[in-house]
Design a protein around this ligand. Structure first.
Ligand code: NAP
Length: 486
């Protein structure tokens, strides 16, 4: 475990009603460092009873939290944000220890996660409703915005801070309370956020964290009539399950699910910029991002030049433990993540792809994998349909613009897409035709708290970040004021 300047941030217990608790059974599960397999901590294996208690606490806390004036809620969120930045180095160390990403990326994630808290501290003051022109003079019609109520959130391991604050900050800003279940592989980051939330003065029961069996905790959240909203980030398969489970209690849902992002390089693109953009879109977090470029379509006229430049750049990537300053790519999260990359690579090579660089487990062993580029990928390969979630970049050559767009859209997902070109008409034709919730144009880095993040098709429902993100935690109350005739 890394030595922390503020050791209280490592708190491997559940946060329920402002108290730090073990599981009723006293059972725990191990949290390990993916860089070397060492056990970092034991975290409570909580289940239904603990989740029920967290829901009850959130229900009780809701009564006062929703009535707290917006500037007061904003002030507490602001303090939480400030504390995250005060403890940035420790938070980054915890993240690198349990998730593996390089420390520089971990620091960037802490800043990114804090930026959601900052943004929603401001949005808390701007939850406006409407006054609507009435159809008769004796009435006034108002649309008021109210918090949806107690929320449940389930988050993944790839961005363990940002995926939490992207949900919790807008929920709390809106006046909702929250029960969070973080990913089993990265609970320590979420629990550290809980420590800082309490220190920021967020009242007991407003933000609860339960670690443990995902299916049991998920079912308890979805079955509860008290929980009015579920916000989930993770795989499409689990998203569908949570949607089915939420049907009986008709919950409001936000589902940020899988992606399979196309990255299109047209022949008039600036090749250096396109390669730099792809390095961010493909290799950040070792490719373990829902908006990671998964299919790289390169127009025939620049295919050779682009492949050559890309391989030269990829060869300079430093694969190393995230704690080594200068590391670009850390370990993958676990053995099955490595096996998935290998399976996609093997299938592609069997179907005629050509290996340009990388292609095997890294000499460091464990879950380290060489950043890999393959050429001549085709639509009949598994990686054309399924997200690889690892450092494998397949290049698909194309001739006509329409062919690239048709291939880009020919998947069940619709989260992110990227394109590189200098021709505005071409750019707008592509933007209009792409079936995704987000498009990066001449930019490989699109995530920011100020923009609406989310997908269409099987990539989910709802948006996170921006002014739209807070709407997910609000419901409208229409008020008709009658009897006002002069
Ligand atoms: P996952 O298996 O769906 O896990 C995500 C979360 O769901 C974890 O907390 C997991 O708990 C929990 N979970 C698993 N089974 C559950 C169940 N039966 N009921 C309730 N919760 C359950 O996804 P992952 O493999 O960790 O994450 C990668 C996926 O997330 C990729 O598909 C990626 O594209 C997607 N993702 C999407 C976005 C976005 O914004 N659209 C962002 C990041 C990632 P345990 O950890 O305890 O198993």
């Amino acid at each position: 475990m890394p030595a922390l300047k503020y050791p209280s941030l490592l708190n491997p217990r559940c946060l329920i009603d402002g108290q730090w608790r073990d599981a009723d059974s006293a059972l725990t599960f191990d949290v390990t460092n993916p860089a070397n397999g060492t056990v970092l901590a034991q975290v409570p294996a909580a289940g239904s009873a603990e989740t029920e208690r967290a829901i009850t606490a959130a229900e009780r806390a809701l009564t006062t939290w929703r009535k707290l004036p917006a500037p007061d809620r904003a002030a507490k969120l602001r303090r939480w944000h400030d504390l995250m930045l005060t403890h940035l180095e420790d938070l980054a160390s915890l993240l690198t220890a349990e998730q593996g990403k390089p420390l520089s990326d971990a620091r960037a994630e802490v800043r990114y996660a804090a930026s959601f808290v900052d943004w929603y501290a401001e949005e808390a003051r701007r939850i406006y409703g409407d006054v609507i022109p009435a159809p008769s003079g004796d009435r006034r019609i108002l649309a008021l915005k109210e918090p949806v109520g107690v929320c449940g959130a389930i988050t993944p391991w790839n961005f363990p801070y940002a995926m939490v604050t992207r949900k919790v900050a807008p929920a709390l800003a809106a006046g909702c309370t929250m029960v969070l279940k973080p990913a089993e592989q990265t609970p320590l980051s979420a629990l550290a956020l809980g420590v800082l939330a309490l220190e920021a003065g967020i009242p007991d029961g407003v933000f609860n964290i339960v670690t443990g069996d995902p299916a049991i905790i998920g079912k308890t959240l979805t079955d509860s009539p008290v929980v009015r909203k579920i916000s989930f980030t993770g795989s499409t398969e689990v998203g569908r399950l949570l949607m089915r489970q939420s049907a009986t209690t008709l919950k409001k849902l936000s589902l940020e699910l899988g992606g399979n992002a196309p990255f299109i390089v047209f022949d008039d693109a600036d090749i250096d910029e396109a390669v730099a953009g792809l390095m961010q879109a493909k290799f950040r977090n070792a490719g373990q991002a829902c908006i990671a470029a998964n299919r790289i379509y390169v127009q025939r006229g620049v295919y050779e030049a682009f492949s050559k430049r890309l391989c030269e750049t990829v060869a300079r990537l430093r694969v190393s433990a995230g704690t080594d300053e200068g590391a670009d790519i850390g370990p993958l999260i676990d053995g099955s993540a490595v096996e998935k990359v290998e399976a996609h690579l093997e299938d592609a090579l069997a179907h005629g792809a050509k290996l340009l660089c990388g292609g095997k487990r890294h000499a460091l062993g464990g879950t380290f994998f060489e950043p890999t580029v393959i050429a001549d990928a085709t639509e009949n390969m598994v990686l054309a349909r399924d997200e690889t979630f690892g450092p494998l970049a397949p290049l698909f050559p194309f001739d006509r613009d329409d062919d690239a767009i048709a291939a880009a859209n020919a998947v069940e997902y619709g989260l992110g897409a990227y394109l590189y070109s200098r021709d505005q008409r071409r750019i707008w034709r592509a933007i209009d035709a792409l079936e995704t919730g987000m498009v990066g144009v001449n930019s490989g880095m699109i995530s920011t708290a100020v923009a609406p993040f989310g997908g269409i098709k099987q990539s989910g429902l709802g948006r996170e970040g921006s002014r739209y993100g807070i709407e997910e935690y609000l419901v409208l109350k229409y008020v008709c004021l009658g009897g006002l005739a002069a």
